[in-house]
Design a binder for this molecule. Structure first.
Ligand code: TXA
Ligand code: MG
Length: 348
């Protein structure tokens, strides 16, 4: 099988909705990374996702919902309950208040909210947990498609398990082109790192399960509550958050300091991932040939996030023995999301 990359015309979207209704799986664009989508209520289709990605069954999938039924005045939780996704009875008043505020402020967008699941949601979606992660993507093509099918779409990132996430239709082709029939082309992803995953406890506390496209600071500013880290909270885990993830095939080593502050650089053919600055300057500083990618020459963090997976993928495909990356320059905001992914990509 060789996947066809389809432009998002009405005719092609019709073809894709028909495939999804028949239980097919499709590569789709979102603003974060490309997803591998299936009907969230179709167990046979869900199983195909796990098989194609070689993903362990305990790793839960994120459910993507259409924005059609929601407007700023609607009660988001009631809408999700009507879609048979959540169990509203198990959500306390405080949790409901916070969830509504999060949805009003950050949906559609790169934020996944983990809530008590309805019994209609298949265990395959939730990895057997009694919660479900839901997000409303803001990519216009993803939204059009979600309006055109009568069910929400479960979609993990469209890469083989543990590998670099795809941020273009061509990346999905490289990852899964021989295993899926269609990829819907929505251009390069605008955000470039996955959604922020937040768990809302029965008491309404907010716990960060994965740093991503929306920063902790933005959430704290809007809601005026602290977001807690997922440290040492009993029985709480986000099964997909393994130590090694987003991995290139080539070994990746994180340097102690920015390139221009270092003098020696290992042997062999190297590729360099820099966060900012000028590639020519870096090249003359290291005084030998290397393949250099600079995430954002001017130091713009959004640009760094947008290019991160794509440049890592590029370096991985070069004739080199080792990828050296600068350390992530900061820890807050989008840097947090990039730094976490870089760290995991360097683990074997
Ligand atoms: O931006 C994104 O979130 C992308 C696009 C395609 O939407 N999707 C994505 O999916 O990153 P995936 O499968 O690569 O990551 C999903 C992760 C799981 O591995 C897990 O860490 C967390 O989300 N998750 C999902 N449902 C959960 C639940 N019920 N409880 C705890 N964590 C959950
Ligand atoms: Mg993933």
């Amino acid at each position: 099988m060789h996947a066809k990359i389809l432009k998002p015309t009405l005719k092609n979207r019709e073809l894709i909705s028909t495939q999804l209704k028949k239980g097919g799986i499709i590569g789709i664009p979102t603003e974060t990374v490309y997803g591998l989508a299936a009907n969230a209520f179709d167990e046979k289709a869900l199983l195909k996702i796990f098989k194609v990605k070689k993903r362990p069954l305990f790793d839960p999938l994120i459910v993507h919902v259409s924005s059609r039924k929601f407007n700023k005045k609607s009660n988001f939780l009631v809408c999700l309950a009507e879609m048979n996704l959540i169990d509203i009875e198990r959500i306390s008043k405080m949790a409901a208040l916070r969830l509504r505020a999060l949805m009003k402020n950050f949906w559609p967008g790169p934020m996944t909210l983990v809530m008590p699941k309805s019994h209609f949601v298949p265990d395959l979606v939730t990895g057997g947990l009694d919660t479900v992660g839901i997000r409303m993507p803001r990519h216009p093509i993803a939204q059009k498609l979600l309006c055109e099918v009568p069910f929400p779409l479960a979609a993990p990132s469209a890469n083989r398990f543990g590998r670099i996430s795809p941020t273009s239709a061509q990346d999905v082709y490289q990852e899964l082109g021989r295993r899926i029939p269609f990829i819907l082309d929505g251009g390069r992803c605008e955000v470039g790192v996955e959604s922020t995953v937040l768990y809302i406890t029965p008491r309404g506390d907010l716990i960060l399960l994965r740093a991503g496209g929306v920063s902790v600071r933005e959430i704290e500013l809007k809601l005026k509550v602290k977001v807690r880290k997922n440290n040492g909270i009993k029985n709480l885990h986000s099964p997909g958050m393994l130590k090694s993830h987003y991995s290139p095939r080539k070994p990746l080593q994180i340097l102690r300091k920015p390139i221009l502050k270092l003098k020696t650089f290992g042997w062999g053919r190297i590729g360099i991932l820099a966060f900012q600055g000028n590639a020519d300057k870096i090249s003359s500083h290291i005084g030998r040939s290397a393949c250099i990618k600079v995430l954002s020459p001017k130091g713009n963090v959004e640009e760094m996030a947008r290019n991160f997976f794509s440049y890592l993928r590029y370096l991985d495909a070069q004739k080199i023995d080792l990828i050296l990356s600068e350390p992530c320059p900061r820890k807050t905001g989008l840097y947090h999301a990039i730094g976490e992914r870089l760290q995991k990509a360097s683990q074997r």
